[in-house]
Write a protein that binds this ligand. Sequence first.
Ligand code: SF4
Ligand code: ZN
Length: 308
Amino acid sequence: MKLHCDLCGNKSIFYNRTYEGVKFCKKCFKKNIKEKVRRNISKHSMLSHDDRVAVGVSGGKDSLALLSILHKLSRKHPRSELIAVTIDEGIKNYREEAIKLAKEFCKELGVEQFVFSFKELFGKTLDELVLEKKDELSECSYCGILRRRVLDEAGKRVKANKIVTAHNLDDEIQTFLLNVFHGGIERIARLNVQIPNGQNAFIRKIKPLSEVYEKEVALYAYVSELKFQTIPCPYAANCLRNDIRSMLNQLEEKHPGAKYSCYRSKERLTDVLKKHSGNLEIKNCRICKSPSSSDICEVCRTLCRVST
Ligand code: SF4
Ligand code: ZN
């Protein structure tokens, strides 16, 4: 068995990427992740030289690793600007620490940070909303729907033309499978749809980490000595996503590359479905006037469920 880095020959092995059969030393691993992100950005023309980019920074490993990589890459593009936006859902004994860590890292990099909260936008924290909910929808479903809206709003308020989120490959296939389990085929067709800014619809969202395994993002954060939040959200254990995550981790353990194959299938299926589903019609929500694919947007439907 070879016992050296496949890239530089260094004898100190840090990581074995089993699905590709490649071993890395620390330095080459870090370089490889940055290069993977750079290639993903370039392949999908995610960023241009004079973008004003709002990066969603929660204080977790993914978003801090992403900010660190984008900050390094942006040095080559002096006309582009990075702004960090942090969302405070209002989860007691959890979000406070993450916001503090996000704040400290942004300060260290000299990136301006803005915090937007559920309380400010919806009048209630996530903790308050889930206490009042009378349906079966999980806390994470509430959180996800409302967080997407806050992120859109944050992007508008900081006048960004792109919003970057730290979704990694695991997040992407979990969302895909969640839609499969919930029968959300139309949602799968919309997973990769980019709606042009010109339609006053949504600011373009990009995910530069979408081809990097969650485990590798965590390792990158670790070798970069980033201080990120390690305690899990108190609601995480209740959601189906968590079970899908465990199932995928078990599969990957037994069959290296299973996650990557699932990701490729998702990409192909999304493209095929898109061709057959025609153009997405954007209307304005009758209640909040936000762009929506239906008469009442998902956010207003969710908030109505709590208030009635
Ligand atoms: Fe929100 Fe669920 Fe994530 Fe907690 S685990 S922050 S409730 S999506
Ligand atoms: Zn609405």
